[in-house]
Design a protein around this ligand. Structure first.
Ligand code: NAI
Length: 696
């Protein structure tokens, strides 16, 4: 059973019991319905209390059943709610801790609701591209009024129970020192004889000018919802709480719109991202009882672009951090940069002056390696040069205390070689932050051949603590994200050679939904970074072939925004990109030099070539075991590379297009110019033949 039944005096208490948050899965619904029936049949029982065991009243639908037929098996959530609402004896929801989604909808079907203070109340379905589908859109407006209810349904954000005291949502919100269950039982006894039983469905929706208000909301939502249909559907279903002829008709409309939303690609993408984020924290093969190492103090080597941002991450999480630099000037510059970022947050009202002082107090600069020795973790962020990394890691190996984690933020060097500079390769791991490191959500956790399981688990726990999305990658050039990006950029350059201009490529992929096209992105990051990497690659592997266009750009000093010119022109100090006549001439001249006749390239081809280049390389990464699962690749692209959320990441997008169609397109490109870049990944060929999916 996943709900318990007990009788306290004349009150039956049904306790939902399905850890961790009492999700309303089939077993819990069955037990709760049985409990209500049993209470109705027992002449000694005069009232019923429904509450939740442990850390929640109920977090809503059981996510483990989310897409399984179990969700539609009787008793469904609708049946449970109808059973409570139509019970012959009063049903009281006793709410504490977490009451969300289906949990709140169940409470709204009860005759009375009492709550402990501090409970999180929410209808978060919109965040998964859905709407509350078990009466929430019809009942919440009847207790909170149209405006407040719509706000909660459109944002999905939790509101604390105390803030809702005095509304018709709660009959009582108790004081903090009151024990909820005895208080709820006493309340149930006090109302046991009251008839008729109050029902939320019988209440009217309060608003002085519902149609005017709804018109204004429609306009606002149209402007803000972007590609997502759910917010608009939320507005229309909540509107039905006012306009539907009957309550039942409103419920029916809600049900239809809910079912429609479950079929939209946008909702599939959001649900995929939700599960992908949770899956990313799990590593098969790591013993489940592996304990993370404690991280109470940190150190960072290098206070440049990345080192400074990484140090802020630790300080923001309350972890003291020591930053080592080569000389006072570089150290002062790094620390001043950190302070400037915090001061901008204070100016914007996002941080208090006190917090700024607290965070700066956690950050110490040093020029001496000895100051790092006692840190639990050290993250190296010096120049991207194996010789420099070797010096740093040999030094760290000599002085760091035993058990300290030695991490590198390298974006392209071999983590196994770096580990081999130490006598403790089990303690070495890659922590690949993205720029700006204090903002970007993604953290690629690069597992070396000898990285210890406890070090890996510590890195995943640290990612959570730093509020990052940690994704595990094996060792290869570029890891998951940049290895795929290389193929994407190769296509971007080929498209320029064949007839496109930077702004056309950017416009096409931004219309697909990317936050920024490849050329605007390169200008922001600095075109010189890729230039250096390409030069190194050309030395390491002389047959490495790539377009010389971006090199030519760099040879002209066009490094991007920081030099006022890159793929675009920039006004001094401004970020707005203006198409550049110089670049147009350079690109056209280059096509001429290499003997390519420029053609008009349709936007659809641009999007397919860029996105399928990611997909094909992603499939190889998956097949080689560099990524543990397709959804990890999606997480990398959603959280680190601006891939459109409503498309769910490159691998889910390919699944939704259909792998046979993706493969057919890739085979077509393989017959075109520079077709050698398009060898289909064997995994893609195999899955397409079986009509399978990467995210099966
Ligand atoms: P940067 O050039 O801005 O900073 C490097 C800093 O390290 C400089 O301040 C330098 O004085 C210091 N440094 C060099 N050798 C040192 C030593 N022996 N001891 C102490 N300090 C030393 O470089 P950036 O961009 O911060 O990159 C650092 C690392 O992060 C590189 O491995 C890079 O590949 C990686 N990375 C860079 C990203 C980016 O977007 N810039 C993104 C992700 C990783």
């Amino acid at each position: 059973m996943s709900a318990d039944y007990q009788v306290h005096g004349s009150v039956a208490v049904i306790t939902l019991n399905n850890p961790p948050v009492n999700g309303l899965g089939l077993a819990t619904r069955t037990a709760a319905v049985a409990g209500i029936r049993q209470a109705e049949a027992d002449p000694a029982v005069t009232a019923i209390v429904i509450t939740g065991a442990g850390k929640a009243f109920s977090g809503g639908a059981d996510i483990r059943e989310f897409t399984s037929p179990k969700a539609l098996t009787e008793p469904t959530l609708h049946t449970l709610i109808a059973t409570a609402e139509s019970a012959a004896k009063p049903v009281v929801a006793a709410i504490h801790s977490v009451c969300m989604g289906g949990g709140l909808e169940l409470a709204l079907g009860c005759h009375y609701r009492v709550a402990a203070p501090g409970a999180q109340i929410a209808l978060p379905e919109v965040k998964l591209g859905l709407l509350p589908g078990a009466g929430g859109t019809q009942r919440l407006p009847r207790v909170l009024g149209l405006e407040k209810a719509l706000d909660m349904i459109l944002t999905g954000a939790p509101v604390v129970s105390d803030k809702l005291a005095g509304t018709a949502l709660f009959d009582r919100v108790f004081d903090a020192d009151v024990d909820l269950l005895p208080a709820a039982v006493a309340f149930a006894e006090s109302i046991a004889a009251v008839r008729p039983l109050p029902k939320v469905r019988d209440r009217a929706v309060a608003h002085p000018d519902a149609s005017g208000f709804l018109a204004a909301v429609r306009e606002r939502v149209d402007a803000m919802a972007g590609p997502f249909p759910a917010p608009r559907e939320c507005v229309e279903t909540v509107a039905a709480s006012v306009t539907a002829e009957t309550f039942e008709a409103g419920l029916q409309f809600e049900r239809e719109r809910f079912m429609y939303l479950t079929t939209t690609p946008e909702s599939k993408a959001l649900r995929h991202a939700f599960f992908a984020e949770r899956a990313a924290g799990k590593v098969p093969g790591v013993p489940p009882d592996t304990q993370p190492r404690p991280i109470a103090s940190a150190a960072v080597v290098g206070a440049g672009t990345m080192g400074a941002g990484i140090a802020m991450n630790f300080a923001n999480a309350g972890i003291s951090v020591t930053i080592l630099e080569m000389n006072q000037e570089a150290l002062d510059k790094g620390l001043a940069g950190i302070r400037a970022v915090y001061e901008r947050s204070v100016a914007k009202g996002k941080l208090t002056a006190d917090k700024l002082a607290q965070r700066m107090a956690l950050i110490t600069g040093t020029l001496s390696y000895d100051a790092l020795a006692q840190a639990d973790i050290v993250v190296e962020a010096v120049f991207e040069d194996m010789g420099v990394k070797e010096l740093v890691f040999r030094e760290l190996d000599k002085l760091m205390k035993p058990g300290a984690i030695l991490a590198t933020n390298t974006s392209s060097l071999d983590v196994n070689r770096i580990a081999a500079f130490t006598g403790r390769p089990q303690d070495v791991i890659g922590l690949h932050f993205f720029s700006p490191a204090h903002v970007m959500k993604l953290l690629e956790i690069v597992r070396g051949a000898q990285t210890g399981a406890d070090v890996l688990v510590t890195a995943l726990a640290l990612a959570k603590k730093l509020k990052k999305t940690g994704v595990v990658s094996g060792v290869c050039d570029g890891f998951i994200g940049n290895r795929m990006l290389e193929q994407y950029l190769r296509q971007a350059y080929d498209l320029l050679e064949e007839g496109a201009l930077p702004e056309q490529v950017d416009r096409a992929i931004e219309a697909f939904g990317f936050a920024m096209g490849p050329f605007r992105m390169s200008d922001l990051a600095g075109n010189d970074i890729g230039w250096h990497i390409r030069k190194r690659r050309a030395i390491d592997s002389p047959d490495f072939a790539y377009s010389k266009l971006p090199d030519r750009l760099c040879e002209q000093g066009r490094f991007g925004q920081k030099t006022g010119a890159g793929w675009y022109d920039y006004q001094a100090g401004a970020r707005a990109a203006t198409p550049s006549g110089t670049v147009h001439a350079m690109v056209t001249q280059y096509s001429h030099e290499i003997g390519v006749e420029r053609r008009a390239i349709p936007d659809t081809e641009i999007v397919e070539r860029l996105v399928y280049a990611l997909v094909n390389e992603g499939a190889k990464i998956l097949e080689e075991g560099i990524a543990l699962r397709a959804s990890d690749i999606d997480m990398v692209y959603l959280s680190g590379y601006g891939f459109p959320l409503h498309r769910g990441g490159p691998m889910l997008y390919a699944d939704m297009v259909g792998l046979p169609a993706v493969l057919a397109a890739i085979e077509g490109f393989a017959r075109g110019r520079n077709g050698q870049a398009w060898t289909p990944a064997p995994l893609l060929v195999q899955l397409a033949a079986a009509n399978g999916a990467f995210n099966a």
